[in-house]
Ligand binder design. Structure first.
Ligand code: OAD
Length: 254
């Protein structure tokens, strides 16, 4: 922890002077809200399910009832959770950045909407949203939906079946998200990866783009990851406590 305390003051100074901040978040940021991560042993989503049987277009085609029921259970769990201190600290940091005219973009891999519920404004959901569902026939999206669905698979108002508007294995990220991320990464001078194992592409490559733009890079995580060697600085500890300390140190108004 002593290295993290030393690094915290350095990162807070970087944050105070940054002109363009990009933050990437993963499931670790929502873990303290009670939402399981994907790859952590025991509690992780994937530890009890085979993602290839649930999070692919093929799985949906083969068994739409099973896939939509699993995602609806995750949707209901997300709606029942509350943003944690880490989400709130990121909203404070964004406010402090924009108040002094700096750019701030939050690229989240999470589909739980907790960043938005905590007050983050410039959020790009690179893996979609579990609270938004899409017609499998027309592509039309719907946010106002029964909670939970009365039956599975849920019928779409426009004639097909409803599927979660999330990115499945084998699917491309939405163009708007990729374009927003590419622009933000080209311009950033400070890059954070928070609560992500950094193994799923293309998000795993974002740190390389940030470094190519000359950005300082910071990894916030409980532990080292396979991507840690790419980062100039690390802050080790639970994201709620670390981000709150960072927002306080950098002067983000509570
Ligand atoms: P993972 O489960 O792969 O990684 C979670 C990371 O969060 C790990 O590195 C943990 O060490 C860290 N972590 C856990 N609790 C934490 C805490 N309290 N504070 C800080 N860090 C903590 O989740 P992601 O990296 O988000 O994709 O997974 C990336 C993508 O893989 C997901 O978006 C999903 C999955 O396939 C799609 O669904 C397309």
């Amino acid at each position: 922890m002593s290295e993290t305390i030393r690094n915290l003051s350095e990162v807070a100074e970087l944050l105070r002077v940054a002109r363009s901040v990009v933050v990437v978040t993963g499931a670790g940021v929502s873990a303290e809200s009670g939402i399981p991560t994907f790859r952590d042993a025991l509690e992780g989503h994937w530890s009890r399910f085979n993602p290839r049987e649930l999070a692919t277009p093929e799985a949906f085609a083969e068994n739409p009832a099973r896939v939509t029921q699993w995602y609806d259970e995750r949707r209901m769990a997300a709606l029942a959770c509350a943003p944690n201190a880490g989400h709130e600290a990121l909203a404070r940091i964004e406010q402090a950045c924009t108040a002094r005219g700096a750019a701030f973009v939050l690229l989240t891999q999470n589909v739980d909407k907790l960043h938005q519920r905590a007050g983050s404004r410039n959020v790009v959901e690179v893996h979609g949203s579990i609270t938004r569902w899409r017609c499998s026939r027309t592509g039309e999206c719907f946010d106002e939906l029964p909670t939970p669905f009365p039956s599975y698979p849920p019928p779409s108002p426009s004639g097909g079946l409803l599927r979660p508007d999330v990115v499945w294995f084998g699917e491309a990220l939405p163009d708007h998200a990729l374009n927003a991320a590419a622009k933000a990464l080209r311009e950033c001078d400070l890059y954070f990866a928070i609560g992500t194992s950094g193994v799923v592409w293309p998000v795993a490559g974002f740190v390389l783009s940030a470094k190519a733009a000359g950005a300082a890079t910071v990894e916030v995580n409980l532990t080292d990851t396979d991507a840690t060697y790419e980062f100039g600085l690390t802050l080790r500890g639970p994201s709620g406590a670390v981000l709150t300390a960072l927002a306080d140190a950098a002067g983000g108004a509570p």
